[in-house]
Design a protein around this ligand. Structure first.
Ligand code: PMP
Length: 393
């Protein structure tokens, strides 16, 4: 059997329409199939490869760490240089009160940790989250998700969860002194890139302060430079109590974190109650890769280029079949009439060497989230292929 047949026979299938592109090598914004077929990656493994595939600085950091040690001990027991150096570097990108980092393996696990921490710190049970939110696929993170279709089969989920509309000022009144946390994606990703306004975030912050509710911002997709700021919340003039990140954080390696104030994080320490335990969280190789990723974003001044590159996409992607484009930096959704219109466009573009896809909760919009290192010439080339695909070529 060839690899595509093995994929269908032995790999658990997760979607009706797997992209099923076979890749043998990836470098920068490019991926290469078996016969050397070249693809431009415009989705970055869903917001992961922000510094491109196999960035040399990330590879070097991984190689250096491979020569030292792999796993040593469950997270939080031994002093491991990659973890402490990464924690310091992360805190330096953040407002000073966010000074304590808990490393985990994934976005879902970071959300789990953040929710548990909010319950422990506030001693409250209610959590508020948003309609159409995606926070992960584990039971806890699914419980705060905002799409009933995805949740129905798994009920009963966590009790005490309320969904409100993202961006609704009126529904901020749902936040009370019983609310442990309000969890929200700063930019809603899987809903098709929805962006609330600064006034909303400021009102949300005020309401959380008035009621002693912790504000958890999920920047798993929007963080690490994707929107043109290191953290998306910097666009809105607010700061979270707990920040969750993953995806782009590892430069292609698996790692996540929830970050809070030392005082808040201290709620996890009291024995004999369990806080959060993770065997592989903050794996030294992933932590070394993540530290290199932060340096690459800073040294290559990637943030400064995001807005110009996003504007170029918007300037070039003009066609009667494109209804609108919404974005925050290089986190973009290109809207079509329906999935039936969009799907063959995506297929043709892939055939012609440009990879895009759609969103979990928004299947009539094309996802464009390329590595931030994409050049203007590459954007022009990619948009040319997409426009041709729209034309049916
Ligand atoms: N939150 C957001 C906003 C996400 O986009 C995702 C992943 N798509 C997650 C949480 C879950 O992350 P993971 O798949 O690493 O568990």
């Amino acid at each position: 059997m060839n690899n595509r047949q093995l994929f269908l026979s032995h790999l658990a299938q997760t979607t009706d329409f797997p992209l099923m592109i076979e890749i043998e090598k990836a470098e920068g914004i490019y991926m290469y199939g078996p016969e050397g077929k070249e693809y431009m990656d415009l989705i970055s493994g869903i917001g992961v490869s922000n510094v491109g595939h196999r960035h040399p600085k990330v590879l070097e950091a991984i190689q250096n760490q491979l020569d030292k040690y792999l796993h040593l001990m469950v997270y939080g027991e031994y002093v491991q240089s990659p973890q402490v150096q990464l924690a310091k570097a992360l805190c330096e990108t953040l407002p000073s009160h966010l000074d304590n980092v808990y490393f985990v393996n994934s976005g879902s696990e970071a959300v789990e940790g953040a929710l548990k921490l909010a319950k422990r710190y506030t001693n409250r049970r209610e959590i508020i989250s948003c309609v159409n939110a995606y926070h992960g696929s584990s039971h806890g993170s699914l419980s705060v998700g905002g799409n009933e279709i995805f949740k129905r089969a798994y009920r009963p989920l966590l009790p005490g969860i309320k969904n409100v509309v993202y961006g609704s000022f009126q529904q901020l009144d749902e936040i009370t002194e019983n609310t442990a946390a309000f969890i929200v994606e700063t930019i809603q990703g899987e809903a098709g890139i929805m962006v609330a306004c600064s006034e909303y975030f400021k009102a949300l912050r005020r309401k959380c302060d008035e009621t002693g509710t912790l504000l958890i911002l999920d920047e798993i997709q929007a963080g690490f430079g994707r929107t043109g700021k290191f953290w998306a919340f910097e666009h809105f003039g607010i700061v979270p109590d707990i920040l969750v990140c993953a995806k782009g954080m590892g430069g292609g390696m698996p790692i996540g974190a929830f970050i809070a104030n030392k005082d808040v994080m201290g709620a996890f320490k009291n024995n004999p109650l369990l806080g959060h335990i993770t065997t592989f969280g903050g794996h030294p190789v992933s932590a070394a890769a993540s530290l290199a990723t932060i340096k690459v974003i800073q040294e290559e001044k990637l943030l400064e280029q995001v807005e110009t590159k996003a504007n170029l996409f918007k300037k070039l992607l003009v066609h009667p079949k494109i209804r609108s484009i919404h974005n925050k930096g290089l986190m973009m959704a290109v809207e079509f009439e329906s999935f039936e219109v969009l799907k063959p466009i995506i297929d043709r573009a892939i055939e012609n060497g440009v990879i895009t896809d759609w969103f979990l909760f928004c299947d009539d919009a094309m996802r464009i989230a390329p590595p931030l290192i994409i050049t203007e010439e590459e954007i022009e080339k990619a948009c040319g292929v997409i426009l041709e695909a729209i034309e049916g070529r």
